[in-house]
Design a binder for this molecule. Sequence first.
Ligand SMILES: NC(=O)c1ccc[n+]([C@@H]2O[C@H](COP(=O)([O-])OP(=O)(O)OC[C@H]3O[C@@H](n4cnc5c(N)ncnc54)[C@H](OP(=O)(O)O)[C@@H]3O)[C@@H](O)[C@H]2O)c1
Length: 312
Amino acid sequence: MNTKNNRLFLITGATGNTGDTTVRLLLQRGHRVRALVHRSDARSENLGAAGAEIIVGDLLDFHAVSAAMRGVTGAYFCYPITPGLLDATAIFAQAASEAGVKAVVNMSQISARREANSDAARQHWIGERLLDRTAMQTAHLRPTFFAEWLTWYWNYRGDEGVLRLPLGNGRHAPIAGKDQSYVIAAILENPEPHDRQIYPLYGPVEMNHYEIADVISQTLGIPVRYEPLEVATFTEGLNAKGFPFHLVQHLSNVAIDYQNGIFAGTNNFVEVIGNKTPMTVEDYVNANKEAFTKDGLYAITSTQAHALGRSK
Ligand SMILES: NC(=O)c1ccc[n+]([C@@H]2O[C@H](COP(=O)([O-])OP(=O)(O)OC[C@H]3O[C@@H](n4cnc5c(N)ncnc54)[C@H](OP(=O)(O)O)[C@@H]3O)[C@@H](O)[C@H]2O)c1
């Protein structure tokens, strides 16, 4: 390992979409990296093999998080859409402050607003404000929907693909998790210019889901359709699949935000801050073809959509 400096970075959510690549980028750049992982598994073993120090712990366990902060210069805070975001943020803020951590990059989201109807989105906004009350340098990332969404809602029948989502004609520029890692790593390496900044993050091309379906179709060489759902149909579909209330409450409310334009827009922050050309949807599909050969975790099938009250 290149040991050109001895700064130590703590990456939480280290086995997730944005955390994994952030760990690897910082290691490649010669930094010491401690990866806080939720459980020990193949993903964490791979990070260990790449040179990260692995700590298994829960972001809701103050003593575990406190132990993980020792000697850390800068940290990435990433908590999923599960209950406990504000507890985890407060625990992280206290543990990092006690340990003298200088900077934090906080994963928030574009729908984070004081008035958000999604509980998770409103908690992200409060979490940002809480971190801003510490002495640490803070940067808050507010991505639009990740490109990974396209695989999660993907319904595949072998000869065609369908995206069944309650997003109307709303638009966004899908951003790959890996591209965000370049921004996270760059801010951790040089946090001062980013202190107290809020960065909306977007992919390079804003589209509606009809246009996204066309790009996926051209890239995979099969017909792909977007079938807009009513929000209530989507919500009932996710409930029927047994997804937790907190997640469904979030997804159904951000769907309305999406239709109202909250997720729209694009910018060049991945390039300017992360020094990386962001992936287009075509790039993303080409790099993740395997994920498009099966139904996504949240996919609502045609049978379910019809049983629940159909597409719009
Ligand atoms: N998806 C989107 O379109 C989107 C858009 C904007 C913002 N965001 C934000 O992105 C964040 C998620 O980021 P991501 O996609 O990089 O993460 P992710 O892939 O969902 O991974 C979450 C990571 O956190 C770990 N984890 C879960 N609960 C934990 C706990 N209690 N203690 C310690 N670790 C825990 C998970 O480990 P295990 O897998 O082992 O549990 C996993 O490594 C959320 O805050 C969300 O609001 C997402």
